[in-house]
Design a protein around this ligand. Sequence first.
Ligand code: C2E
Ligand code: CA
Ligand code: CA
Ligand code: CA
Length: 279
Amino acid sequence: VKDKGRAGFQFFTTEMNTRVVDRMELEVGLRRALERGEFVIHYQPKVELATRRIQGMEALLRWNHPERGLIQPDTFIPLAEETGLIIMIGEWVLRTVCEQSSKWQAAGLPPMKMAVNISARQFKQQDLVERIGAILAETGFDPGLLELELTESYLMNNVDEAVAKLHGLKGMGLGLSLDDFGTGYSSLGYLKRFPIDVVKIDKSFVDDILINPDDATIVRTIILMAHNLNMKVVAEGVETGEQLDFLAEHGCEMIQGYYFSRPLPADGFAAMVRTWGIE
Ligand code: C2E
Ligand code: CA
Ligand code: CA
Ligand code: CA
């Protein structure tokens, strides 16, 4: 028993050390990634159900690591958030998508809405509105095409401050979406106070929409509630035609998910838009 205990303990410390080393490596790597241009953005279309047209897209960050290959954001965003690096990364993302979007328009693609994820740490910045305004001015991007995806977790932290910032952003002409809706402590009373245009139903509800009556009820309720508050609804993580039919039947306006397309690199996305057809 003693031996097993010791072996277990040793295993545990080795494991812990590995994790510490991994974390340090990751942090050092993240710091360098910006300078070395290792971040890339993939774009996933949002399709309008009524017209089946690409209404816009979500920009999703990936890290093209020299040894490890393409790393998904869930692996590094939490650490970027913890270390504060997310602020610089987030501004890089904003600048890059504004530039990309202008290039696409210059190449003849139609103007499409560009949605960007904003992290808690970024949203907390006192001068968030000014910083975003500066990037829009610098890149000459149409604010009416930029949409920010925000989560209720940090909007609920300090509601008055959040409401003021959201009005500042809306004042510049930006669109605002509430991401991962239904996963946090949604308080309907507060929701009414946020000048939000779009609610995004979290993938976890969409997954079981056809087999779990509770999830189906939640989704129907979110759609009704959003419409009563004059907000539109995007369902994320839609993978099947059956899920799409359910959402269409209940009035959901837009769909994002593998059913239409995975997130694609810029070139692939442009090619898809061209094949899909431009009006
Ligand atoms: P999110 O904002 O909820 O983004 C949606 C995630 O669902 C994306 O994962 C997307 O690839 C995935 N997804 C979309 N449709 C489907 C589907 O049909 N099936 C499945 N299985 N997955 C689908 P991704 O790209 O790995 O991003 C994960 C999270 O990382 C995002 O979740 C977001 O919270 C964060 N993130 C990504 N890019 C950025 C960024 O530029 N800044 C910040 N702050 N966070 C980001
Ligand atoms: Ca999002
Ligand atoms: Ca989401
Ligand atoms: Ca999510």
